[in-house]
Design a binder for this molecule. Structure first.
Ligand SMILES: [Zn+2]
Length: 293
């Protein structure tokens, strides 16, 4: 029950949640009503909920079945994680994430690799789950790939104050993987095999990566959080409040949009509303995102 095919690679989205989450002027501090106004006609209701004025976000994993491996890209918010700064993410219980994986024909034990585009709380949550008051790897047989500079950055932050950064997600969702011996700390251009490799896209976080997939003549890129919303194709300089290095985030996004613009490469976004994937097209001095379906 794959939703997309990249050549022989089957891709299924495991959606943890989707809905209006953040107000545009809070999430993008440089965004103004004048910037939104010409686009409200098509932004609402799909991208911007008219009832509360909030941007619609999907939080999801991409499940990939290649010729070689079963791979999970990003692992959402998870369960029982204390995320006091994000009420929708805090102490979630009895969710259907694992059931959705099962419905896609995959058990946690059958995941070979977990690839985290970066180590924010909405991308590492299901790395671990709570068993007898201990955080243990959810995917018992998986290797988890973290990039070295991303890992080292959050490890150093966490050493100073374990709970301050992203509500302590390094402590509960990354460190237990390392302690279990299941982490692979890799470079930002690491290639998993001939079909899957990482591509550096720093700025949102120091070691953020995009993930490339290729099978036959088909190619895709999983863009992680180098953009959060279609508005950033129209206004590539719009930077989120969560970005670590704002000038670098802008530069990376511009480079990415130019690189993937008008190319037959499917762009699979982390947070755009469903179905979250499409293509980038040039539009005057900026870009537009067109959905595949
Ligand atoms: Zn995110």
């Amino acid at each position: 029950m794959s939703e997309f095919l990249i050549g022989d690679i089957e891709v299924t989205r495991i959606i943890e949640m989707e809905g209006p989450d953040f107000a545009p002027f809070e999430f993008f501090p440089d965004c103004t009503p004048e910037m939104l106004k010409p686009h409200l006609g098509w932004l609402q209701p799909r991208f911007l909920d008219p009832t509360n004025g909030k941007l619609v976000f999907a939080i999801q994993s991409y499940l990939l079945r290649t010729n070689h491996h079963t791979i999970l890209i990003d692992s959402c918010v998870g369960e029982n994680k204390e995320r006091t700064r994000f009420p929708n993410w805090n102490l979630r219980k009895n969710t259907d994430y694992i059931a959705k994986l099962a419905a896609a024909g995959v058990s946690p034990e059958s995941i070979d690799y977990v690839l985290c585009t970066h180590l924010h709380a909405d991308h590492v949550g299901w790395n671990t789950r709570l068993v007898d008051d201990r955080w243990v790897p959810t995917f018992a047989n998986a290797r988890y790939l973290f990039t070295r500079n991303e890992h080292d950055f959050w490890q150093a932050k966490s050493a100073k104050n374990p709970r301050k950064y992203d509500d302590g997600c390094y402590q509960d969702s990354v460190l237990p993987i390392i302690e279990a011996g299941q982490a692979l700390i890799v470079d930002q251009d690491h290639a998993l095999d001939d079909q899957i490799w990482l591509e550096p896209s720093p700025g949102h976080t120091p070691g953020h990566v995009s993930i490339r997939a290729r099978s036959g003549d088909s190619e895709a890129v999983f863009s992680g959080d180098l953009m959060h919303n279609v508005l950033q194709c129209i206004y590539p300089d719009l930077v989120s409040r969560a970005c670590f290095d704002k000038p670098l985030a802008r530069q990376t996004r511009r480079t990415f949009l130019e690189c993937y613009c008008d190319k037959p490469i499917q762009v699979m976004t982390a947070h755009f509303p469903s179905p979250s994937s499409g293509h980038i097209h040039r539009h005057g001095n900026s870009y537009r995102f067109s959905y595949s379906h």
